[in-house]
Design a protein around this ligand. Structure first.
Ligand code: T6T
Length: 416
């Protein structure tokens, strides 16, 4: 099955078949791209291997896919491969992007002409989160492969106050490239500007700073923003909830906290989907859990009590969805209140199999790490022409029909 355009992306999700339409999927600045041509459909090798394979042959033309132009569109990217919906095509899910592959015929080397290894510091949003663990594994595998030196750090909580001193320590250490999932799109601008001013190249993974438009926005010093199209992700989740409820009913969003680019955009995408569904679909509330599943469970329990006819919940990240699912289980409402679960840790897959959750939206964190390491090396080798300002990495949307496919299984996050 081919996608005609992002606007018409159809992600069939078992019973939930997401068809859709809605709003332009390129609603936000950073995303400039997706709007373009999802065309192809890496279907076959969806995410498969951490996308980018600079491999030994050619020259780092990097983004084979994400088009050639900077903030451009992911050429071969957003391919929605319909999940195994009965009627529709077989494929597992959205398997967009084959993002950036340094590829197109190139070799990326992590060792500089004099023999010194490129030093890359990866700073994650929070330590121990399976999403970032998976990203780290992708980055480490790529660094090993190309001969770069990678160090990894991150705060104990998803918090710019805790992340800033880590950035300052990295500046003092003078690495070549800082790859970072900024914990706040405003608060992390100055710390990262300090790094840039100190001669350290900055690359965003997962989250962005400013408005994410590094080609023409207010913040342009980062070399690239490599991550999911999160408005699209929010739409996928909430369109599925709406579809399961005949485009009617009451919905609730569990979110982390305002100021995080990813989860802000997921909420935006979800809100857009609900608005587009018409008057019979309403958003009854949004709660912020500070990246705590326990808080999310508590808040969701309160909402379930005061809204007995709640139709669905969108859990905007791993911990939000985990807590929401726990509350629904506790209230014996599994299957009655539908849950769209952003992120794909093992627990979400267990909840999917148990029919607590109906949809799991897997990002491709390992690909983010892989591309970031390649970009870091390319930048240090002076090969900036192959670096895209925006690399959307795509999703694999998992439901009970496709959960056992190799594509879906490969997309489940690792916890260590
Ligand atoms: O959803 C991911 C990540 O994309 C987001 O920026 C923060 O939360 C996660 O790490 C999941 O916990």
């Amino acid at each position: 099955m081919r996608l005609h355009s992002w606007h018409l992306m159809t992600v069939a999700i078992g019973v939930w078949l997401l068809a859709s339409a809605c709003a332009p999927a390129a609603p936000t600045p950073p995303t400039s791209a997706p709007a373009a041509a999802p065309t192809t459909a890496p279907a076959s090798a969806p995410s498969a291997a951490p996308a980018p394979k600079p491999s030994a042959a050619a020259s780092p033309a990097v983004a084979a896919s994400p088009a050639a132009s900077p903030a451009a569109s992911p050429a071969a990217s957003p391919a929605a491969s319909p999940a195994a919906s009965p009627a529709a095509a077989p494929k597992p899910a959205v398997s967009p992007v084959a993002a950036a592959s340094p590829a197109a015929g190139g070799t990326v080397s992590g060792t500089l002409p004099g023999g010194r290894k490129v030093s890359i510091a990866l700073v994650v949003g929070v330590r121990g989160d399976p999403f970032y663990v998976t990203m780290q594994r992708g980055a480490q595998a790529e660094a090993d492969k190309i001969g770069a030196d990678l160090s990894v750090d991150g705060p104990a909580q998803f918090d710019p106050v805790q992340q800033t001193p880590i950035v300052d320590a990295i500046i003092a250490r003078k690495v070549d490239v800082l790859v970072i999932a900024a914990t706040d799109k405003q608060a992390m601008i100055e710390p990262l500007r300090r790094a840039n001013d100190a001669g350290i190249k900055v690359i965003s993974v997962d989250t962005f700073i400013g408005d994410g438009d590094y080609a023409g926005g207010p913040v342009t010093f980062p070399l690239s923003y490599i991550g999911s199209d999160n408005v699209q992700g929010g739409m996928i989740g909430c369109q599925a909830l709406l579809q399961a409820n005949g485009n009617k009913g009451k919905y609730y969003i569990q979110n982390v906290k305002p100021g995080i680019s990813t989860t802000d955009q997921r909420e935006q995408g979800c809100r857009q989907a609900i608005t587009a569904a018409g008057d019979q679909a309403t958003l009854v509330g949004v709660d912020y859990n500070d990246d705590s599943a326990a808080n999310a469970a508590q808040q969701t329990s309160a909402v379930l009590q005061r809204t007995p006819d709640l139709a669905g919940i969108f859990g905007a990240n791993l911990f939000s969805a985990e807590g929401a699912a726990q509350a629904v289980k506790n209230a014996n409402l599994s299957g009655t209140v539908k849950i769209a679960n952003f992120d794909a840790p093992e627990q979400a897959i267990a909840d999917l199999r148990a029919s607590v959750v109906d949809l799991v939206i897997a990002q491709k964190p390992a690909d983010m790490g892989t591309v970031a390491v390649d970009y870091a090396a390319m930048a240090m080798q002076g090969n900036t022409s192959g670096i895209q300002k925006r690399v959307p990495t795509g999703y694999v949307v998992i439901d009970r029909n496709n959960v056992d496919t190799p594509e879906a299984q490969a997309a489940i996050y690792k916890s260590q």
